[in-house]
Design a protein around this ligand. Structure first.
Ligand SMILES: Cc1ncc(C[n+]2csc(CCOP(=O)(O)OP(=O)(O)O)c2C)c(N)n1
Length: 712
């Protein structure tokens, strides 16, 4: 690791140490991990070519903003969010990095950054006009949501603030690989109020990961001024307490000052000297977006004052004074760029837009690693194990197969092996580099896993201790993880596994008993797996570790050590494909569809009704809720004509409602009775045992429902 110094010979207008002196620079303060220092340009030099191309990208960004606003007025595009006023800070930052080697998580204002990092004007136009072939998303994501595989720009989402944790994960991967890559992430000052910003800074500083947080402070978050946003007047001040974090505040309208600071932060990151927060003071010269009118909340004097601070004329003055360009050269360059933008816009308008046929192509990976077709269930011959040990063995085996698999979460490392012992022995065997504790922060666990997975080789298999506490990570799972492949038109993906302990019947009360399957089966792009026994748990988890889609792997706490969920252990080669339901018991009169804890209760109720009333029940364990084995479900119902859906999650909006809808529309003619559901009552899971029994579905509830169905 270490900074590779640039060796150049001086030419006309070359920037040298003497030319960017500290007095040139408006870098205010830095407080590095190693003490307080001033940013210095002494180790950096830029060629004229570099500075001129930085200027070219600045004015390209500015002129693109202008052009898109006119296209918008003509109704040719629907949305614009511009970077006017931010260009200098962004371009100077990108200039200090290595595009295609370093990684970037830009935000919607980062047009200048993206151009400097490798985007072309033509590519920006493709996205602005939602045409096929744009590098970020092919028209799936909104414009100004940057993404470019070649340049390692991870396709951006719209929630502001989710980007930081992904960046930390990507930086973790760089550090683990011993590479001196740097990861850029940016936002405005407003988004730093999101908790995930602080989680990300904490995680990065704690691990000394090579992340640079460029916070572009334009004094407003839409209409909200800094005074309503921050404790104190700066992000720089707010992050003072993170040990190991380098901090800078810089005039973001001063090219030399930003470059100075950026180069220093990059050098530190490459040398393993930790992350940096750079707060660059910028001006927002346009309203927040094309949907906003800033005259409603800014007075005209203030808008005028910001226009006077426009960084581009200031940069031009600098270029002329230092002899990089003449005013004629600047004028000529502008004209050339305007021509290029206009030609790009005209050419783009002729290109096709993605159409309806493209819609569902990349919700999931086009490649299924463990195919369901041709699968036959073997008879397992190993000795009997309980479900939690099956999970543990699957993790051990997959860690051996895949050296890039990592396991982390709360309390999972060391001798304890998690609160349920699922990860026991893994740290001892594979080391703390691969099996480690996370901070107590669920969004961080999922967000960093995303950032590791997008690198392409890492397979994070992370744990959320209780389903009840997955919610801080919900935004990451839904908006980042599950949507990435779709919004990136298959250019980016984040194959990862999130193991979660769920479910009741263990007197865990309101906050250690929840079922969460109803929420997560509603999310396109996320596989949802819910085993009911040890053999399935092992086979499904091993498959989850190999598939290319993100998987939510639900483990019922009440089944971990349950005798009826124990099975003979499958061998190391056994992989249970997703989308293959298990017929636990064949029957002819009523079909039960169930999963997780309710499989055994359903089997018990089925045995009882067969014995008492001679009714023959088929019990189907769905095993994976997404993908769903519709074929097995529908062919059973076509045979029996009656169906009972049994699940532990609450009734309203539970996954059973979806099953009922599928059955009504696809097997209506086969039905001899109403589709019936047994589920938890629509209340939280209470603590007291009598209350808990009343709330969660019992064997007797299944029995009563079967009796009723049998009477039809
Ligand atoms: C999580 C989330 N909440 C709200 C929004 C709506 N929103 C989009 S941009 C924005 C303001 C962001 O301000 P700031 O971070 O200061 O960046 P700026 O736009 O000023 O550059 C808001 C509230 C969002 N996209 N994501």
């Amino acid at each position: 690791m270490g900074l590779k110094r640039k060796v150049t010979t001086k030419r006309r207008g070359e920037l040298s140490t003497s030319k960017i002196s500290k007095s040139d620079s408006s870098a205010k303060k830095t407080n590095g991990a190693s003490g307080t220092t001033a940013a210095s340009s002494s180790t950096q030099s830029l060629t004229r070519e570099q500075v001129v191309s930085a200027y070219r990208n600045c004015i390209s960004a500015r002129l693109i903003d202008t052009r898109i606003l006119s296209l918008l007025k003509q109704g040719k595009c629907f949305f614009h969010i511009g970077g006017s006023g931010h260009e200098i800070a962004q371009v100077a930052m990108a200039l200090a990095m290595k595009p295609g080697y370093d990684w970037a998580y830009p935000y919607y204002r980062d047009l200048g950054f993206s151009l400097q990092f490798g985007y072309t004007i033509e590519e920006i136009m493709l996205e602005a006009l939602h045409r096929k072939g744009g590098p970020s998303s092919n028209g799936f994501a909104m414009p100004f949501h940057y993404g470019h595989k070649k340049w390692r720009i991870i396709a951006q989402s719209s929630p502001t603030g989710t980007q930081y944790l992904g960046a930390v994960g990507t930086a973790m991967g760089a550090a683990m690989d011993g590479k001196d890559e740097v990861v850029y992430v940016s936002s405005g000052e407003g988004a730093t109020s999101e908790g995930e910003f602080h989680e990300a800074v904490n995680w990065a500083a704690r691990g000394k990961y090579p992340v640079i947080f460029l916070i572009q402070n334009n004094k407003y978050a839409i209409s909200v001024p800094v005074a309503d946003q921050l404790a104190g007047e700066s992000v720089y001040g707010m992050v003072a307490g993170y040990k190991g974090l380098n901090r800078y505040r810089v005039d973001g309208c001063d090219f030399a000052a930003v470059y100075d600071v950026a180069a220093e932060a990059v050098a530190k990151a490459r040398a393993g000297e930790g992350p940096s927060v750079i707060e660059a003071d910028t001006v927002r010269l346009l309203p927040h977006s094309s949907s906003d009118d800033h005259r409603k909340y800014r007075d005209s004097k203030e808008i005028e004052d910001d226009l006077k601070k426009d960084p581009i004329p200031r940069f031009e003055k600098f270029l002329i004074e230092k002899g990089f360009l003449t005013s004629d050269e600047i004028k000529k360059m502008r004209e050339e760029i305007i021509d290029r933008i206009n030609s790009a816009a005209e050419a783009t308008e002729e290109l096709p837009m993605p159409a309806g046929d493209d819609l569902e192509r990349y919700v999931y990976s086009p490649r299924v690693v463990v195919p369901a077709v041709g699968f036959t269930e073997p008879v397992h011959k190993g000795s009997s194990i309980v479900l939690v040990d099956a999970i543990n063995h699957a993790l051990h085996e997959e860690m051996e197969v895949n050296p890039k698999m990592l396991i982390y979460g709360e309390d999972i490392a060391g001798k304890k092996g998690g609160v349920f012992t699922a990860t026991k022995g893994l740290t001892a065997k594979f080391g703390r580099e691969r099996v480690f504790n996370s901070p107590l922060a669920e969004a961080s666990i999922i967000g960093t896993a995303f950032g590791l997975a997008v690198r392409g080789d890492y397979k994070p298999v992370v744990e959320i201790q209780f389903g009840d506490y997955i919610w801080p990570g919900f935004m990451q799972l839904r908006d980042e993880v599950a949507m990435l492949r779709f919004r990136a038109n298959n250019e980016w993906a984040c194959p990862m596994v999130v193991r979660v302990a769920v479910g009741g019947y263990i007197h865990g009360g309101l906050y250690h008993s929840q079922s969460i399957d109803g929420f997560f089966t509603h999310i396109p792009g996320l596989r949802v797996v819910f085993p009911s026994n040890a053999a399935d748990a092992k086979g499904l988890l091993k498959t989850a570790c190999r598939e290319e889609d993100p998987v939510l792997f639900l483990e019922h706490k009440g089944l971990y050590r349950q005798g009826f969920a124990a099975s003979p252990e499958p061998d190391k080669e056994y992989l249970l494909p997703f989308g293959v339901a298990g017929i636990r018991k064949a029957g002819n009169d009523i079909t039960i569809l169930t999963w997780g804890m309710l499989v055994q209760r359903s089997l018990d109720a089925a045995a009882k009704i067969e014995e008492q009333h001679g009714v023959s029940i088929e019990v189907i364990d769905l095993r994976t809720l997404n993908p769903l084995d519709k074929e097995t479900i529908l062919s059973s119902i076509r045979k029996t004509g009656k169906v009972l859906i049994v699940h532990e999650d609450t009734l309203t909006g539970g996954f059973g409602a979806e099953l009922a809808a599928i059955i009504s529309s696809e097997a209506f003619e086969s039905l001899d009775a109403p589709v019936t559901r047994v589920a938890a009552k629509d209340t939280p899971v209470p603590y007291g045992p009598l209350l808990e029994n009343a709330m969660l579905p019992q064997e007797s509830d299944v029995f009563v429902a079967l009796e009723k169905l049998a009477r039809y």
